[in-house]
Write a protein that binds this ligand. Structure first.
Ligand SMILES: Cc1ncc(COP(=O)(O)O)c(C=O)c1O
Length: 405
């Protein structure tokens, strides 16, 4: 089949594929434990549901402006003022169908073919393919010191004449690492001085633990004029448990927002009105669901980390936020795809191979499910990997026989 050169470089989203695989196995009656998920299990805020239902009931569900409804823009402006202490105008904000689209449209607005975009590794699975979709070149930057915490040198030493943009995601999917204030300050200052676009993917910025406070990139930006190349992305998916609503946004200089909105207008038009209505209600409504989610995730993290402590071969870096823990399983198998498939086949536990995030030998374990799933999932993984495990394991009334070493 004759397809485009760009299409040839694009792979399937592995995380979405795993969700599908888990759903198929569950539908067959397999007792799958999903430690690979990327969405909180709590319900969307009541305010959001009521608002969406009211608009649906009105029957007045129409096209929306390409860059978001006035009410959505007002909610983004309010959010930016509340969480970043920055007053922006409607011309500086754009709503998208998810933070994913906001990032994609930003990259399409700034990248030429062959130009490079740098991001620390491990990285969110979509960044490399998003760059490739623009005909551009992804440049992962694994921290030289072997941690999940980049230093500015890790970025600067990869900058060349083709570099156009940097993407920073902190707290980070998949590591849960919240980068240091020094790093955020350095990267903001560096991108400003070099004239590089800086995309701050802040989608997890309120899901942080141990009393941490979100780091605000604007605190370190000297140029917040219409020439600023700082793009801040956020959305309702994670913090409000509204992944299926597909609403995210970008805040950037007015000229760039206009260009991004033009691109979006030809791709998908404005995000769905019902869903923007729900997002507005979530942002403007009672915020207790975000706090409850954060507390629950912190508790889940503690349970997972405690469980992993009893696992001799696994190296764990305690996550500072998000709902992911990126663990070094290379003692058991250096091939993370093989290991992840093995765990799914033998004990029906879904994990995501580290290679998809740019680090081989690791598995990403999610703790956004129930404590029961975390405990049972880790127990099954231990049973499968520890050669000293008993020969049999019961999952409900199913008996598994350990016929491997
Ligand atoms: C780092 C990161 N950025 C962006 C997104 C996309 O979020 P949305 O659901 O708003 O498109 C995700 C979702 O998994 C993510 O992990």
């Amino acid at each position: 089949m004759s397809i485009s050169q760009i299409a040839r470089t694009i792979g399937e989203s592995v995380t979405l594929k795993l969700n599908e695989k888990a759903a198929i196995l569950r539908a067959k009656g397999d007792p799958v434990i999903h430690l690979g998920g990327g969405e909180p299990k709590s319900k969307a805020p009541v305010d959001a549901i009521v608002a969406a239902a009211a608009l649906l009931n009105s029957g007045e569900v129409r096209y929306t402006p390409a860059d978001g409804t006035p009410a959505m823009k007002a909610a983004i402006i309010r959010y930016t003022e509340e969480f970043y202490g920055r007053k922006v105008t409607p011309e500086e904000v754009m709503a998208s169908s998810g933070a994913k689209q906001a990032i994609m449209v930003a990259l399409q607005a700034v990248l030429n073919p062959q130009e490079e975009v740098i991001f620390p590794a491990p990285y969110w699975v979509s960044y490399p393919d998003m760059a490739r979709l623009c005909g551009a070149v992804p440049v992962p930057a694994p921290p030289e010191d072997g941690t999940f915490y980049p230093r500015i040198q890790d970025i600067t030493e990869r900058v060349g004449s083709y570099t156009k943009a940097v993407i920073i995601n902190s707290p980070n999917n998949p590591s849960g690492a919240m980068y240091s204030v020094d790093f955020i300050r350095d990267v903001v200052e560096f991108c400003e001085s070099e004239g590089l676009y800086l995309i701050m993917d802040d989608i997890y910025h309120r899901l942080i633990f141990d009393g941490r406070k979100p780091i605000n990139c604007y605190d370190y930006a000297k140029d917040l004029s219409d020439k600023s190349k700082l793009i801040v992305v956020n959305g309702v998916s994670k913090q409000y448990a509204m992944t299926g609503f597909r609403i995210g946004w970008a805040v950037a200089n007015p000229e760039l927002i206009e260009i991004m909105a033009n691109i979006q207008s030809h791709q998908t038009s404005g995000p769905a009105g019902v869903l923007q209505h729900a997002a507005v209600a979530a942002i403007n409504g009672v915020q207790s669901s975000v706090d409850n989610l954060r507390v629950q995730l912190e508790n889940n993290r503690n349970v997972l980390v405690e469980q992993l402590k009893g696992f001799d071969g696994v190296r764990v870096t305690v996550p500072d936020g998000t709902f992911y823990c990126f663990c070094d399983f290379s003692y058991y198998d250096k091939d993370s795809t093989k290991l992840s498939n093995f765990l799914l086949d033998k004990v029906q536990v879904v994990t995501v191979p580290g290679i998809e995030f740019g680090m081989e030998g690791y598995l990403r374990l999610s703790y956004c499910g129930s404590i029961k799933d975390i405990n049972e999932g880790i127990e099954r993984i231990k049973w499968a990997l520890d050669p000293n495990s008993p020969n049999e394991l019961y999952i409900g009334d199913r008996k598994l026989i350990r016929d491997w070493n």
